[in-house]
Design a protein around this ligand. Structure first.
Ligand SMILES: C[S@@+](CC[C@H](N)C(=O)[O-])C[C@H]1O[C@@H](n2cnc3c(N)ncnc32)[C@H](O)[C@@H]1O
Length: 180
């Protein structure tokens, strides 16, 4: 698992303040709104400095952030004052079936234990809940190197316990995984 310290958090926060990734936050947000209505419980894993989390809160979702990095989460709590907690995807500190949807943007490629993490996401989702994963499409953007995923990789990570459809939204891939 890659960790984000104080310097990475400061740099990331600057990029977010400059709205560099707003197009991606908008895309991820639209997917969530298509799948579950406002008022539902949505877990964001790896919210970083909280830009999508804030959109979810402002959109009327009961949004909860779970991030492994204290410096990132400190900034997320300033941006999105709702509920966020320190923790890792492969040991989520939530009761089972607590969320209607989960979303993970630009973070799955950082997760150490993918199998354990996906099992945890499945555990905390309600029956029929959705897991939306957004990553840079490595086939189309090979320069991003380890900071992206292929369609095959996303499908194989999400194959256990989910029915998954991967859509291409250049330069991104969006996986919509439904708990089965
Ligand atoms: C590249 S940042 C993306 C942040 C945010 N999703 C965005 O798009 O702006 C990745 C974030 O995922 C977090 N992260 C990485 N691995 C994690 C894990 N296994 N569990 C929880 N958070 C994790 C990092 O601490 C970091 O804040």
């Amino acid at each position: 698992m890659e960790t984000f310290g104080e310097r990475s958090a400061t740099f990331y926060n600057l990029l977010v303040s400059l709205k560099v990734f707003d197009w991606a936050y908008g895309l991820a947000y639209r997917y969530v709104t298509r799948l579950v209505p406002p008022g539902n419980y949505v877990l964001e894993i790896g919210p970083g400095v909280g830009a999508l989390l804030r959109k979810l809160e402002q959109g009327g979702y009961k949004a909860v952030g779970l991030d492994a990095s204290p410096p990132m989460l400190k900034r997320a709590q300033r941006r999105a004052p709702g509920v966020s907690t320190i923790g890792v995807s492969f040991k989520a500190p939530f009761r089972g079936e607590a969320f209607n949807a989960a979303v993970a943007l630009f973070t799955v490629h950082h997760w150490g234990d993918h199998e354990g993490s996906v099992e945890e996401v499945r555990r905390v989702l309600k029956p029929g809940g959705y897991f939306v994963v957004v990553e840079v499409d490595l086939r189309r953007m090979p320069l991003v190197g380890s900071h992206g995923c292929t369609e095959e990789c996303l499908k194989s990570v999400l194959e256990r316990g989910f029915h998954t459809v991967v859509e291409k939204r250049f330069p991104l891939l969006v996986a919509v995984a439904k708990k089965v």
